[in-house]
Design a protein around this ligand. Sequence first.
Ligand code: FAD
Ligand code: EPU
Length: 355
Amino acid sequence: MNGYRTGAAIAEHPGYTIVENASLRGRNTLQVAAQAALLIDVRKPQALAEVFAYPALRTQPLLVLGAGSNILFAGDWPGIVLSIAARGIGVVEDRGDGALVRVEAGEAWNDVVAWSLAKGFAGLENLVLIPGLAGASPIQNIGAYGTEVGEFIETVEAFDREAGRLVRLGNAECAFGYRDSRFKRAPDRYVITAIELALPRSRPLRTGYAGIGEELAALGAAVPTPALVAEAIARIRTRKLPNPALIGNAGSFFKNPVIDADEAEALKRAHPALPAWPAGDGRTKLAAAWLIEQCGFKGLREGDAGVSDEHALVLVNHGHASGAELLALARRIVDTVAQRFGVVLEPEPRIVGAS
Ligand code: FAD
Ligand code: EPU
């Protein structure tokens, strides 16, 4: 398979489309070439029971895909890729000082943030400009600039493939953590169809993360508002992170390691410049970008696989890097950082198709 073949639609239904031998290159922001035997785009989640009744879905491996901004195809996907394309955002319950808002899984996350700000809600401003779909937001509990989506999620609606029906999971059942959730630990069991967010109309702004105050000052924002905080963070993000529309990437390729506070203290004594933050429970979070940069990887390029020269935590595809080449580079980074600092980095994106 060359990864560029155009698939042919083999089934058109009001609720879904099935394409055979589909190219996934335009479906992942690392822009890696890969193929799937079948690609199913589901526009109406009510059709999921019918889709899952197809015999092929019982015999072939299934991958649930959103916008592909947190996935590395290290090879072709040997079975079926399914994506939820359902759209819609609306208030389901007005609670006076806030509201319960339902978002269908196929909405772009950043459109949810823009909608919430336009409607006068607060809270999502720090999560501006995170790529991907709303349905993927609970998977790793997306977070940025001191806020995580799990703070707002009241319910996740999903098709549970084990139960064979739609289920509704409350916040506590989602087991949200740093870049973690129940869904991340059981890949492809739950096909998320919608999320429900409890959004306040006001709450204290979170402007403590490095750089936000300076950016607000540069904007002349004497009295910050959620929209101004979003604008400040959007500017910081645009400066710091490469744009996947211009150069293939999946954002942070590694999680920031969370280690024992005593070990972190010892590392800080040896490397006083190492950025580190308390992570609760006697744990400390380290800046993976710093560890990688110290090992000389920032801006490195091997063929078309490389590390961004803007941010050391971001692996980039300069054009035609294969998923296997990017994975080989990621493994080299893990080995080098482990040898030099004794810290084992874990990838953040899901890695599929690796042999
Ligand atoms: P995909 O990449 O398609 O899938 C990611 C995972 O979710 C996979 O395991 C997939 O199987 C699963 N999945 C997707 N949709 C569903 C569904 N409906 N049901 C069940 N499982 C599903 N992340 C952050 O947390 N904070 C950031 O600041 C941030 N910045 C980024 C910046 C850039 C430039 C890029 C490229 C990425 C960034 N990310 C960030 C990562 C990424 O945007 C998020 O992880 C996002 O939630 C992924 O959404 P997606 O729709 O692209 O999911
Ligand atoms: N740093 C370096 N070298 C670099 C880049 C950064 O040493 O090339 C240092 C900075 O000096 C800073 C520290 O690393 O002290 C942290 O950098 P930054 O503020 O850019 O944040 P990050 O920890 O690298 C995390 C998330 C991002 C999120 C930002 C803002 C993870 C794995 N990444 O990055 O999320 O947007 O904080 O909250 O937690 C993503 O998940 O894809 C993502 C982009």
